[in-house]
Write a protein that binds this ligand. Sequence first.
Ligand code: G1P
Length: 270
Amino acid sequence: MKISKVVFPVGGLGKRFFPITGAIPKEMLGIIDKPLIHYAFEEAVAAGIEEFIFVTRHGKDSIEDYFDYMFSHSEYFNIKMGSVCYVRQNEPLGLGHAVLCAKNLIGNEPFAVMSADDFISHDKSCIGEMIKFYDGSNMAASMNVPRQDVSKYGILDVDCETDRLVVAKSVDEKPSVESAKSTHAIVGRYLLSNEIFDVLSRLKPGAGGEIQLTDALLEMIPSHGLVGFKFEGKRFDCGSKEGLLSAILHVAHKSENLRHVVENFYKGES
Ligand code: G1P
């Protein structure tokens, strides 16, 4: 099934990176020479997505400047010219609210949502692989996490699974360790029916007082199902300092030009 539009929710406050996020959006934090949002953008382009919708807010103008620059140097960045739109999220009311802000730009078709915080390193595009498996059921990338970490994620209650897919009978946003039904966590890649906007527009705030995308996915299970996609590759939670630092080391170590810096550091030579 063709997916031509992606929503990038980039309106989050980036509190875990204060003070730098006082002036720099967390999506513009760098893994070596490219900001996080660039990696997510490249993954979307590699999936054949052609329209890019950024849900942004006050203080995030450097994302627009960055993509202006990128499109004027598209040969350098090796990225096809696409159509880019920006829509404002005036209040940080959560991921579900951010997605709802893109409603008027999506129309009557399924679409992708990608969180730049979740950096997925792989030679294939994660969202591109998801599109190959997409059959119209709502889908989220999914991975196993340590049980003590379940309260950071949306957690699937598994009905059945194959080698690549997990069919969920329920989903719970940030459950306690005791109440989590599994350790299958959602990470920030989604393929969604446009009917999710009706559900999001009447949702009450959920976990953390925010409008949660997970709550909309739960409500839609009877009508649209919910499938977790067991993606390949290594995922880094770049919304945390530990995750961003690990991603930087990972990318540096994969680079022929930079590997020696990482190796020398561990040998105590730098
Ligand atoms: C969001 C989602 C959560 C998901 C997580 C993945 O949470 O609400 O369901 O598991 O992203 O990164 P956040 O990290 O924004 O609190």
